[in-house]
Design a protein around this ligand. Sequence first.
Ligand SMILES: [Zn+2]
Length: 150
Amino acid sequence: MILVSHLLVGAAIAEEIKSVPIAIFLALFSHYLLDFLPHSEYSIKNIGEGKWRHSFFDFFKIFLDFSSGVLLILVLAKNPLIALLAGITAILPDGLAFLAFVFPENKLLKIHRAFHHIKTHSFRNKKIPLFWKIISQALTIAVTIIFLLK
Ligand SMILES: [Zn+2]
């Protein structure tokens, strides 16, 4: 899923679970769980292919995605610092996936990337209409915003 979805779910978990360590753990776990849901993501093909000189627009999309999630957390969360910490934790697996692009020879990053991309994104082998891939993500964002607003 896109970063804003993961950030908001991590923040919503932190707002609901009062134990910070448990909230952080659940926020991390939520990333893999959410990535199991069929979803679509914007392309970061240039980063994926290591075409760094052509990656500006990819990084710009990531920046917009990340900053809108952070902004929503700062505006909506009752305890923004903890919610932001949990939100950032929830996007760590995508950070590790990015590092695997930068350091393709690192074995741990390779293993994580294989798990993250192949195991959790297993729906990619199934024909699921784009509509449902967008709805799953839109619902995730809407539900977490409602959660943060309560
Ligand atoms: Zn992911």
